[in-house]
Design a protein around this ligand. Sequence first.
Ligand code: NAD
Ligand code: TYD
Length: 354
Amino acid sequence: MILVTGGAGFIGSNFVLDWLAQTDEPVLNLDKLTYAGNLENLASVQGDARHVFVQGDIGDSALLDSLLAQHQPRAVLNFAAESHVDRSIHGPEDFIQTNVVGTLRLLQSVRAYWQVRDEARRAQFRFLHVSTDEVYGSLSATDAAFTESNKLEPNSPYSASKAASDHLVRAWLHTYGLPVLTTNCSNNYGPLHFPEKLIPLMIVNALAGKPLPIYGDGLQVRDWLYVKDHCSAIRRVLQAGRVGEIYNVGGWNEKPNIEIVNTVCALLDELRPRADGGSYRSQISYVQDRPGHDRRYAIDASKIERELGWRPAETFESGIRKTVQWYLDNQAWVTHVQSGAYREWVQTNYAQRQ
Ligand code: NAD
Ligand code: TYD
C-alpha cells in the first residue's frame, strides 16, 4: 500500500479519490483534520476497504512508527501542510510546526522504517514530497519561468516553511540515501478547494451576493493547474521519477488575478444568472494588498514532459468551467465547510482590508 499524509485536504483528497479509481492498491491516509481537512471529501470511499483513514499528526513520531510497522507501505507521499499564505502572515507558528518540524519527524520515522527493509524493498521504496512553486520566490514580468535549478528564494512564512521542508528532503537523500522525489507545483484549482483560496472564495462570495476582494491592483500573475492534472503528475513521478530529482509541475496557464475573477464571473453569469439581471462583476471590490505579495509565479514544466511524458489534460477554459459547475452542484459541501471557524477567518483577513 501507499501512505498519503494530508489526504483529507484539497489536493490530498483529490489524489486519494483518483488513486482508488485507477488502481486497486490500498491507501493509508494520515490527516490531522485541521480546519482544512474534511472527511466529507472522502465520503465516496468511506466503506471502501482499500482506504484506511487515521486521524493524526505527521509530527507524532510514535504514531508514525507504529503505522509504518503495521502497514508496511512501499511509498510515502507527503501532502500534509499548512497551505494558506494569508494565514501564514497572521500566524506563522503552525506553518513551522507542521511544514518544517512535521516533515522532519516524518522523514526520521520513514528513514528508520526504510533502513531495516530488505535490499529489494529499500531500492523500490519512495518518499514523494509535494511542494510548491512559491519556494522559488517572485518573478518580474519579463523573467523566464522557474526551472528546477532556480535558487529557492521564498518570501512568505508559508513559502519559507515549504522551502525548509524541501531542503530537509534533499538532505535526507544526500546524507542517509533515502530515495526521495520532490514535486514543485503551481496554483491548483478544482473540486473540494477550501473557500479561503482565490477561486473558490470568489465563487462562494459571488453566489452569496458578497464583495469579490481583489488584493492590490489584481495584476499579480499565477500559473493555474487543474487539480486532477496535479494528481496525474504525482502518480507519474511516483511511478517513473528518477530518485533525488525535482520535478516542476504546471499548467502553462499564466493569468493575472483579475482575469481569473472576470472569468469566474462570466461563467456564473451564464450558468447561474443573478436574479436582478446584473453581472457578478459588479461585486468586484479592490482591497488592501497582501504584505510582501509575490508579483508573478510561472512554471517551466518541460522537464516532467521531456523525461516522464506528462502534460496537463485540461485547458484553463475546460478546468474552470468544471470547477464552477462543481461548486454550483455541491452547495451543501460549501455550507458545511463555512463553519464558525471559517467565518472567524473571513473576519480576521478581510475586515482590516476595507
Ligand atoms: P490543504 O490546506 O487543503 O490541506 C492540507 C491537509 O493537511 C489538510 O487535510 C490538513 O488537515 C492536513 N494537515 C495539516 N497539518 C497536518 C499535520 N500536522 N499532520 C497531518 N495532517 C495535517 O492543502 P492543499 O492545497 O491540499 O495542499 C496540499 C499540499 O500541496 C501542501 O503540501 C501544499 O504546500 C502543496 N501545494 C499546494 C498547492 C495549491 O495550489 N493548493 C500548489 C502546490 C503545492
Ligand atoms: P491564493 O489562492 O491565496 O494562492 P497563493 O497566494 O498561494 O498564490 O491567492 C491567489 C492569488 O489571488 C494571490 O495573488 C492572492 C490573490 N487573492 C486576492 O486577490 N483576493 C483574495 O481574497 C485571495 C484569497 C487571494
